[in-house]
Design a binder for this molecule. Structure first.
Ligand SMILES: C[S@@+](CC[C@H](N)C(=O)[O-])C[C@H]1O[C@@H](n2cnc3c(N)ncnc32)[C@H](O)[C@@H]1O
Length: 194
């Protein structure tokens, strides 16, 4: 049974806590997406929409996906209130993002990858949805992090990279020369060059 996030009011207090910016560093996450003009970016497991104002300012088109109907309603209100006209909020199935083949440039997955079951099969669906040059970016808590889910639920960056690799993506773990977050790792999975 997956962990539920159906209480939008409760989770908005957690996910949209202003203190989060200090460790989540949304500007660095956006920089790691290397967005270019005209690109479409997906926020998979978008929650209450913490990343949406940042993504909407940086990308041409944003698709916010979540499996919780209450969070989808919450985000739909949020994008209207904040006038984020380039954000489309959609309900996704647990095992399928529902993205057409070759339709998006970036898929951002913040604090969500560890919730997905049968991740290699899921990553294959993400790979199929990418346009040439596209990549998935998984941002999640390290085992050593002082916050996040119980350590037993956390995945290492190496485990995430292996899952993306099994799905046919070329995985890269952010290293010392890349942007780094204090509590989390960034793992990208790119379509192989043709
Ligand atoms: C810890 S929250 C992170 C929310 C948001 N990314 C953030 O960083 O504020 C995890 C989110 O993933 C969603 N989720 C869980 N399983 C999912 C799945 N299979 N597909 C899409 N979203 C999922 C949950 O409903 C929840 O909103």
């Amino acid at each position: 049974m997956p962990h539920r996030f159906d209480d939008a009011e409760r989770w908005a207090k957690v996910f949209d806590d202003p203190a989060r910016d200090r460790w989540q560093k949304p500007g660095e996450v956006i920089a790691a997406l290397a967005l270019e003009p005209g690109m479409t970016v997906v926020d998979l497991g978008a929650g209450t929409g913490y990343m949406l104002p940042h993504l909407a300012a940086a990308a041409a088109q944003v698709i916010a996906l979540d499996v919780e109907p209450n969070l989808v309603t919450h985000m739909q209100r949020r994008v209207i209130d904040a006038k984020l006209g380039n954000v489309d909020v959609r309900l996704a199935a647990l095992d399928d993002p529902g993205l057409p083949e070759g339709s998006v440039d970036r898929i951002l997955i913040v604090d969500t990858w560890h919730h997905i079951e049968d991740r290699v099969a899921y990553a294959r669906k993400l790979a199929r949805a990418l346009r040439p040059g596209g990549f998935v970016l998984v941002v999640d808590f390290t085992k050593q992090s002082t916050m996040g889910p119980p350590p037993a639920m956390r995945l290492t960056a190496e485990a995430v990279a292996a899952e993306l690799g099994k799905a046919g993506l070329v995985a890269h773990i952010a290293g010392d020369d890349d942007d780094e977050l204090p509590e989390q790792y960034l793992v990208s999975g790119s379509l192989p060059a043709r």
